[in-house]
Design a protein around this ligand. Structure first.
Ligand SMILES: CC(C)(COP(=O)(O)OP(=O)(O)OC[C@H]1O[C@@H](n2cnc3c(N)ncnc32)[C@H](O)[C@@H]1OP(=O)(O)O)[C@@H](O)C(=O)NCCC(=O)NCCS
Length: 171
């Protein structure tokens, strides 16, 4: 299967924080942000593989800065690494100052999607060729995150996680 570049899956979604999207202290509700993150990441995964995809795991979400009501929020997703049938997607979340146009990064999420056929059976996905320095860094570290996610999901034994072990133990 022909390799694709992360830039081919870039998906940008812009939203405004309405009163219904907020929590009791007037900030964007985390669950609403997760919905936007999941949809934006799913579209990026689908652009990469050309098939229907399902969320297999939400590997990491960090809510670094609160997002206030009326904010303009931009979510930027792209595939960071493809395995056999699964893909890791990074979603960077920014808030835009509409007066200056300046964008501040507020959150980051990392998800795993799997391409499936009409019977829900996993399908092979194209490999990926990172281009930029950031894409290469995310590609290189994806195996560690995959192993951690598989351990937490009960799909891998900790002693099989070679990449994770290499972080802590030297031969
Ligand atoms: C995700 C799903 C398709 C995996 O199906 P499966 O029959 O278990 O298939 P496999 O064991 O071959 O796993 C398929 C891929 O998913 C990966 N995967 C599964 N669970 C994972 C997890 N928790 N973290 C990371 N990767 C995971 C596997 O490593 C494998 O990747 P690879 O082929 O690239 O090596 C299946 O569990 C499913 O349909 N889950 C429900 C998805 C859903 O409904 N999501 C919507 C929101 S809840």
């Amino acid at each position: 299967m022909k390799a694709k570049k992360p830039s081919q899956s870039v998906t940008i979604n812009t939203e405004v924080v309405l009163p219904n999207d907020t929590n009791n202290i007037g900030n964007l509700f985390g669950g609403k942000l997760m919905q936007w993150v999941d949809i934006t990441a799913a579209i990026a995964a689908q652009r990469h593989c050309g098939h229907v995809v399902v969320t297999a795991s939400i590997n990491q979400v960090s809510f670094d800065k609160p997002i206030k009501q009326t904010s303009i929020v931009t979510l930027e997703a792209k595939v960071s690494r493809a395995f056999s049938t699964s893909m890791e997607i990074f979603v960077d979340v920014f808030v835009e100052d509409t007066k200056t146009g300046e964008k501040t990064k507020c959150n980051e999420a990392i998800l795993t999607f799997v391409a499936i056929d009409q019977n829900g059976k996993p399908l092979p996905v194209p490999p990926i060729e990172p281009e930029t320095e950031e894409e290469k860094k995310r590609f290189d570290s994806a195996l560690r995150r995959r192993q951690l996610s598989l351990i937490l999901g009960g799909r891998m034994k900790p002693e099989e996680a070679t990449e994770l072990k290499a972080l802590f133990y030297k031969d």
